[in-house]
Design a protein around this ligand. Structure first.
Ligand code: NAD
Length: 499
């Protein structure tokens, strides 16, 4: 059986804990690898050697660090298919989706090539008589990234790109579910010229996460995952004075106004609700049609589209719409929540409960589900299901629709479909949610903007990627300097004044 260990000081290092996690092939349900889980002592040793390596890297000129990123982009493009294959086989997502996962991470590395510009400080000439003042952005030292299973290339790249380009060393603790791609990224970075020790990949579970949180050396933690863990990490990181940004779960609403193009809205809902088996933090999981007529027409358009979805393994070709969910536990949790929806009175319009795929009976496939007449008190509305389940909640008018999205505890993404510029503008201005789409169902900001949710979808300050990432991974030092001047007012040099 293949074993996956750690990447420390520029080489693969065997774990010593004797503890392992199973890595599955979600399409077949088989264990395909064993992942070593680090001890606190292993984590601490990786941090110590990262701290030593960071001293030289932090004072390397930013242009040289940017050149490593430039080369890294070339290597990511060269190995795109290899990375996507490894990603699909452990995560289960389709091959085009896996390439998209790498691509959206790669775009942030491209952005990081601009590090010299992004790290420039500020300067005030003659802040007082003979006094100048300047601010510089310096790296924090050793920082940590703790990442989820659903984007095993993109999110580690979002973390490591800005952190390393800004001159930090990083301890990356990827998800236990799909650890191969982060290990491959570390090797590619070495090939791109990253000095050993600057990126350490420590595989592990709660033990290594807690060791990160309690480490007195680690200065900042960038986390992405579920909300309870995001909140836990935020609080425990703060207890040791770390800077923390912790992004959590989501329940993204899409409002469909009576004037919307309903074919466009239905197509968008199917892609955003069921793509990647609903395992996206920006997936739309709640459709909010405004008015009974809109709701009836929307459901009528959605049902045949959903029934046509092709569910299968990534190896079955690029026309597969979505693959299995990540684990058996995830599949069981989705089925449990679907049952709760039925028990609590929602109307299950498309029922995927009996879905099975010939030849893949032990795989973690879940059929598509569509609920209508969901109400805010139901568990399927309150909970992040993270599966191919779309809930429809009918709103009487626009105010009721926007109120639903605003009163939900999550605030990651949202969308409105309408032809009315006034409604769209009001929605974008008033909504208390971090990322907003207008006739765009998954409004993921590009690399040079920033990504982050509000409310229970994000704890801490500053967003991921874009200029915010460079602010998060640096701290500002401001210098006030006075030099005794020999220049007299009017410009004549007075040597005596220099004595
Ligand atoms: P998760 O919270 O289970 O795991 C995330 C990370 O935390 C992993 O590295 C894991 O090892 C670690 N972890 C898990 N349990 C822990 C514990 N008890 N103590 C310490 N560390 C622990 O999340 P997941 O299932 O891997 O990912 C899916 C979740 O991530 C969803 O909720 C999704 O919405 C969210 N997500 C959010 C964003 C965003 O930007 N807001 C992006 C992607 C995914």
């Amino acid at each position: 059986m293949k074993e996956i260990h750690h990447w420390i000081d520029g080489k693969e290092v065997k774990g010593t804990s004797g503890r392992f996690a199973d890595v599955y092939n979600p399409a077949t349900g088989e264990v395909q690898a064993k992942l070593a889980l680090a001890t606190k002592a292993e984590l601490d040793a990786a941090v110590d050697s990262a701290a030593k390596a960071q001293i030289a890297w932090g004072s390397t000129n930013p242009q040289k660090r940017a050149r490593v990123m430039m080369k890294f982009v070339d290597l990511l493009n060269r190995d795109m298919d290899k990375l996507a294959e490894a990603l699909s086989s452990e995560h289960g997502k389709t091959f085009p989706d896996a390439k998209g996962d790498v691509q959206r991470g790669l775009e942030v590395i491209e952005f990081c090539i601009g590090a010299p510009h992004l790290l420039k400080g500020e300067y005030t000439d003659s802040a007082g008589t003979g006094i100048d003042m300047y601010s510089m952005r310096q790296p924090l030292g050793v920082v940590a990234g703790i990442t989820p299973f659903n984007f095993p290339a993109m999110i580690p790249l979002w973390k490591m790109g800005p952190a390393l380009a800004a001159g930090n060393a990083m301890i990356l603790k990827p998800s236990e579910r799909d650890p191969s791609v982060p290990m491959m990224l570390a090797k590619l970075l070495q090939e791109a010229g990253l000095p050993n020790g600057i990126l350490q990949v420590v595989n592990g579970d709660k033990e290594s996460v807690d060791a990160i949180l309690d480490s007195p050396v680690i200065q900042a933690v960038g986390f992405v995952g579920s909300t309870p863990i995001a909140q836990y990490i935020y609080e425990r990181a703060a207890a040791t004075g770390k800077r923390a940004q912790c992004f959590g779960g989501a329940k993204n609403h899409m409002i469909i106004m009576p004037d919307a193009d309903l074919d466009q809205a239905a197509d968008a809902l199917v892609g955003a609700g069921y793509g990647a088996a609903g395992e996206r933090c920006m997936a739309i999981s709640v459709a909010v049609p405004v008015g009974e007529k809109t709701a009836d027409a929307l459901i009528e358009k959605l049902v045949p589209r959903i029934e046509k979805l092709k569910v299968g393994p990534w190896t079955a070709g690029d026309d597969v719409d979505y693959g299995p969910v990540v684990t058996k536990a995830a599949k069981e949790n989705i089925h449990r929540l679907v049952q709760s929806g039925v028990d609590q009175g929602a109307e299950l319009v498309v029922d995927g409960r009996d879905f099975s795929l010939q030849g893949y009976e032990d795989g973690f496939f879940v059929g598509p589900h569509l609920f209508d007449r969901v109400t805010p008190d139901m568990d399927i509305y309150k909970t992040e299901i993270f599966g191919p389940v779309l809930s429809t909640i009918r709103a009487g008018n626009y105010e009721e629709a926007i109120g639903l999205a605003m009163n939900h505890e999550y605030g990651n993404g949202t969308a409105i479909f309408t032809r009315d510029g006034d409604a769209a503008r009001d929605f974008a201005n008033r909504i208390n949610i971090g990322m907003v789409g207008i006739n765009v169902p998954i409004p993921v900001p590009l690399a040079y903007h920033t990504f982050g949710g509000w409310k229970k979808s994000g704890f801490g300050d500053l967003n991921q990627h874009g200029p915010d990432a460079f602010r998060f991974y640096t701290r500002t030092k401001t210098v006030t300097a006075r030099w005794p001047s020999g220049i007299k007012e009017g410009g004549e040099f007075n040597f005596k004044a220099m004595d």
